[in-house]
Write a protein that binds this ligand. Structure first.
Ligand SMILES: Cc1cc2nc3c(=O)[nH]c(=O)nc-3n(C[C@H](O)[C@H](O)[C@H](O)COP(=O)(O)OP(=O)(O)OC[C@H]3O[C@@H](n4cnc5c(N)ncnc54)[C@H](O)[C@@H]3O)c2cc1C
Length: 285
């Protein structure tokens, strides 16, 4: 690993000041589970300055109240999966946290790091987009809020400037009647990176008619997004196998339209359709 200038911030104000001073040759270090692996690669582009934010207590924890959840970015996956507030009001995020890496990775890796690393396979991102999450970015000069899906430009690239720190992730709790699911498909059952994933939310009225649907596939499109084209098919209809199959096929067709045919298309084309179908079935079971 190439040497770098290591600084340990003791509070958010100090971290933001250090970022401003050293930008653009600077990088934030949270749990380090993405960064340390990257920096150990012989061809890695290691930053000159590293600010360790792992001691910032004001950046840790989950706040629940007034119908919303505020997730601080240094909250670990282990804390998310154990949180009663998340289990009750955003169960799909809890499920996603459960299937990330191993116990060691879940104890160390943070939700903020998972988002800001912006890997196409990041498991917390599809559920958070399905929850219509917003993120708050803070720098010395500005504090801005944007929908999570607008944060991403392409895999491993976000719109965040080098002097900005992610300081909050927030979303409305799911309505009591809404059901959600997250399905991850990896090459093996444990300690596996997502080949494909799907987060889904479905709400139905007393008569069983779908009133709200959200579908967010992971590792599927060049940029994460809700697939409104498939969601529209569902709203106003009653749950059925044919309906869910049509939604899955729509996602699959759009994936090919946006990514083109690749070596993996033969596999991904049928599989993403089935995963969407299964995620919707789980919501309506
Ligand atoms: C063995 C192994 C298995 C894994 N399995 C999975 C898996 O199943 N699913 C999955 O999604 N991921 C997996 N990961 C990836 C990784 O653990 C997660 O992405 C984790 O959440 C990263 O968080 P971190 O705190 O370690 O981030 P770090 O490595 O510290 O940082 C990652 C990036 O985020 C930036 N960053 C961190 N915090 C902030 C902030 N507050 N503001 C601005 N930028 C910030 C850093 O500068 C860096 O660019 C795995 C990793 C390993 C090593």
């Amino acid at each position: 690993m190439k040497p770098f200038n290591y600084m340990r911030a003791t509070n958010l104000h100090e971290a933001i000041g250090l970022l401003a001073h050293h930008t653009p040759n600077v990088c934030l270090l949270a749990g380090g589970t993405d960064l340390l692996i990257e920096w150990r690669r012989p061809s890695a582009c290691t930053p000159e300055n590293v600010i360790d934010i792992s001691a910032l207590t004001e950046m840790k924890g989950i706040e629940s109240g007034n119908g919303r959840i505020v997730l601080k970015p240094l909250t670990t996956h282990a804390q998310i999966l154990k949180s009663q507030a998340i289990i009750e009001s955003a169960p799909l995020l809890s499920v996603a946290a459960t299937v990330i890496g191993s116990p060691q990775i879940r104890n160390r890796g943070t939700v903020g790091g998972n988002i800001m690393n912006a890997a196409a396979c990041a498991d917390t991102v599809p559920p958070l987009i399905a929850l219509n999450a917003e993120v708050v970015l803070q720098s010395e000069s500005e504090r801005r809020t944007l929908p999570l899906h607008e944060l991403f430009l392409k895999p491993y690239e976000t719109v965040a400037r080098p002097d900005e720190i992610l300081c909050e992730i927030r979303f409305e709790k799911l309505p009591v009647k809404a059901r959600s699911s997250f399905i991850k498909l990896g090459r093996r059952n444990a300690l596996s990176i997502s080949r494909l994933s799907v987060a889904a939310v479905v709400a139905r009225d007393e008569a069983g008619v779908i009133t709200n649907a959200r579908i967010v596939p992971g590792a599927t499109f060049p940029r994460w997004r809700r697939v409104v084209e498939a969601e529209k098919l569902l709203v106003g209809e009653k749950a059925s196998a044919e309906l869910f199959r049509a939604a899955g096929d729509t996602v699959s067709e759009l994936m090919i339209a946006e990514t083109g045919h690749r070596w993996s298309t033969e596999y991904k084309e049928p599989v993403i359709a089935v995963l969407v179908q299964r995620a919707l079935e789980q919501c309506c079971r």
